[in-house]
Write a protein that binds this ligand. Structure first.
Ligand SMILES: [Zn+2]
Length: 401
């Protein structure tokens, strides 16, 4: 009898006399050996079952629909393959999309020429949940979805859902009377939070762009004031030899992309605050050509985060286009450090977009989608409303275990 390998199998043996004589003894010994073998085999089988179960569980957890991002439409939330540039003077580095030409790149913060990493950094990876393709009614504004395209999937963020009305307020997209961001709800609680783009980091500058009559900055770059005068930020543009400038909606990652910039109108100021007991701070922003302010109470040691979304119009303020943010102490004594001003995302039309298409009322199964890289994204501003049939599923960021 041949086994599968062609060798003689054990049941081809013929027992001889010696074998017959010793068989009885071996049978007796064999019983005890067999018992041990049975227990060992049992342990082995249990071990094997555990290993197989673990492999199955692990494979079940491994994402089936794993995709790499291509292009910069959703940057900086999701990035395609990119380079990283670094500014020695500021100690900052950030991703940039590049076509490979040799033109110099300048630091968005100080304007000095920066170094480009040789290495190409990997694209963001996302998991596609296709189950949602058949139940699109669970999709909400702010969700990120993959759309069927001719050669590859497009990844965009849902701005409006069936039944919504999209109108314009100047160039801004308004959904049901609210900004797109307000329509999305609590933006930091989204599966993929909206990006924030810092453009001023005081602790990275030896010479500050903030100044105020009775404000003093220590060698440790900590600000202190003896009265309620304003500490005002003076913006300068690296594209205009660091001369006074209004703030544009530039994305540092877009160095190699043609884009038209528009005025920024949504800011956030963050700082580290140290005070004795409590203090009252007022922050002013220049929004839509008028001064607005928000008052915030702080305690002992806290991180100050003030969004211009919470500011209301004030009659007279220290702010203007080139001085877009200011802060003062109304009550208490405060030390401020690590002042950072950032732009918050603004969804709006670009100069080339067709305004006559609006307002748009979304019918059953219709969605309006946008990319987070507002100046350059190709989205519903270009190809119009999409139908639920073109949504392949929702998308979330894949983080390697
Ligand atoms: Zn720099």
């Amino acid at each position: 009898m041949l086994d599968h390998s062609g060798n003689i199998a054990p049941d081809d043996f013929v027992p001889n006399a010696e074998y017959q004589a010793s068989r009885k003894q071996r049978v007796s010994l064999g019983k005890s050996v067999d018992r041990r073998r049975t227990v060992a085999n049992l342990f082995f089988l249990v071990f094997l079952a555990v290993v197989i179960a673990w492999i199955g569980w692990h494979r079940g957890r491994a994402p089936a629909g794993l995709f790499a991002i291509h292009g910069s439409s959703m940057a900086p939330t999701l990035l395609g393959e990119h380079h990283v540039v670094g500014c020695v003077a500021c100690g900052l580095d950030w991703p940039v999309t590049m076509s490979g030409d040799e033109s110099p790149i300048y630091c968005f913060h100080c304007g000095k020429q920066v170094q480009v990493s040789e290495r190409i950094h990997a694209a963001s990876r996302v998991i596609l949940n296709e189950k949602l393709a058949v139940t699109t009614d669970v999709l909400r504004p702010g969700d990120v979805v993959a759309l069927r395209g001719e050669s590859m999937l497009r990844v965009k963020r849902i701005a409006a859902v069936p039944g919504d009305t999209i109108e314009l307020d100047g160039a801004y997209l308004i959904v049901n009377g609210k900004s797109v961001v307000q329509r999305m709800g609590r933006e930091q609680q989204l599966t993929l939070p909206l990006p924030i783009l810092p453009f001023e980091l005081d602790h990275r500058r030896s010479q500050s762009r903030w100044s105020g009559k009775s404000w003093r900055r220590s060698h440790q770059r900590i600000w202190e004031s003896s009265d309620a005068s304003w500490l005002v930020y003076h913006h300068r543009s690296i594209h205009q030899q660091n001369q006074s400038s209004v703030v544009w909606d530039d994305y540092p990652c877009n160095v190699d992309v043609d884009r038209k910039l528009q005025l920024a109108n949504r800011f956030v100021l963050t700082a580290e605050v140290a005070c004795q007991g409590e203090a009252l701070l007022e922050v002013a922003f220049w929004l839509n050509q008028q001064p607005c302010a928000v008052v915030q109470r702080v305690t002992v040691e806290s991180n100050l985060v003030v969004s211009s979304d919470d500011a209301t119009v004030m009659s007279l303020g220290p702010v203007a286009g080139e001085y877009p943010v200011a802060i003062r102490v109304l009550e208490g004594s405060v030390h401020l450090s690590r002042l950072v001003v950032a732009r918050q995302i603004e969804y709006r039309l670009r100069p080339q977009d067709d305004r006559t298409l609006y307002p748009i009322q979304l019918g059953r199964g219709e969605y309006f989608v946008l990319g987070d890289n507002v100046p350059v994204s190709v989205d519903s501003r270009d190809f119009g409303v999409i139908s639920s049939d073109s949504i392949k599923g929702s998308v979330e960021l894949f983080q390697s275990p």
